[in-house]
Design a protein around this ligand. Structure first.
Ligand code: SAM
Length: 280
């Protein structure tokens, strides 16, 4: 758009969420935005064409995916700066979540172009919403690396995490990933495998990591999968043992301050260590 003083007003980059399996989940605002923009940037234009036909969206489609994003981004930012508004979609769900788009969003922001999301479906949030595990804090891991140090570090991070972890996984690898988590120490943790969300065969299978590892090693799932793993339980302090240690230290003449330090070194929470160190 060109204003009265001849300056061009940049367009807007809309980041539009699309269904993860149920066309009913495309919001009316998403349809309106996809109809109004100059072009839709799609991960796979054939895939998005089906969505557009279904909703009578006749906007031109432009391929934007991991193989051309580096080359295509500058030209797209130029178009935005020249006043065109564009919509970014991925094959399913919310762009940028294990999907392309981060580079364009960053470049648009850096160029001073407004970026506006049209929120909607995402397998991440759908899985969390139905899993029944704590959602007050969570870490999204996307797809884990398939092997090597990067994979073992991510597995160790999930095992150590005190809050919920969410992973995307290919169906053929669900059993192996749960097994790796169990072997690394998370076997007893409550977990949920969410499959085919929003589709006809939607399913939430619940159990411990070890139980579901055994199940999926025997029954390879079909369809799309999200794994939700609850956080590590807080270590319960051995209060009786700590009391005995405090008494022994006191009997040997240790100061309250030393006793407190020794108890903390043995894993006691600070407030408990303080109380036991100051009890006579
Ligand atoms: N950006 C998408 C989103 O917001 O959900 C995710 C894209 S990622 C390439 C695809 C992965 O998301 C699948 O392999 C699966 O792990 C998960 N996924 C997508 N749709 C799903 C569904 N309907 N049910 C379960 N998981 C799904």
């Amino acid at each position: 758009m060109v204003s009265a003083d001849g300056a061009t007003t940049p367009g807007t980059l809309h980041v539009v969420s699309t269904p993860i399996g149920n066309f009913g989940d495309l919001s009316p605002r998403a349809v309106a935005v996809l109809r109004a923009v100059s072009a839709i940037l799609a991960e796979d234009t054939r895939h998005t064409r089906g969505l557009c036909e279904r909703f009578e969206i006749r906007t031109p489609l432009f391929a934007y995916h991991e193989h051309n994003e580096a080359a295509a981004t500058p030209g797209l930012v130029r178009r935005l700066l020249d006043g065109e508004s564009l919509a970014l979609v991925s094959d399913a769900g919310t762009p940028l979540l294990s999907d392309p788009g981060a580079r364009l969003v960053r470049a648009a922001i850096d160029a001073g172009v407004e970026v506006s999301p049209v929120p909607g479906p995402s397998a991440l949030l759908a899985a969390l919403a139905g899993a029944g595990l704590p959602t007050d804090r969570f870490t999204f891991f996307g797809f884990l690396a398939r092997k090597g140090g990067e994979r073992s570090r991510a597995i160790a991070e999930i095992v150590a995490l005190a809050h919920t972890a969410v992973l995307y996984e290919a169906p053929a690898r669900v059993g192996a990933t749960l097994r790796d988590l169990a072997d690394a120490g998370a076997g007893a943790r409550a977990t949920v495998v969410a499959r085919e969300l929003t589709k006809q065969y939607e399913e939430f299978r619940r159990g411990t990591v070890a139980e579901l590892a055994a199940y999926y090693e025997e029954h390879e799932p079909r369809g799309e999968i999200v794994i939700v793993v609850s956080g590590a339980p807080e270590a319960v302090p051995d209060v009786a043992g700590l009391e005995a240690t405090a008494a022994a230290l006191r009997a040997s003449g240790a100061s309250a301050r030393d006793i407190q330090a020794q108890l903390v070194a043995r894993g006691a929470p600070r407030n408990l260590a303080y109380r036991l160190a100051h009890e006579s």
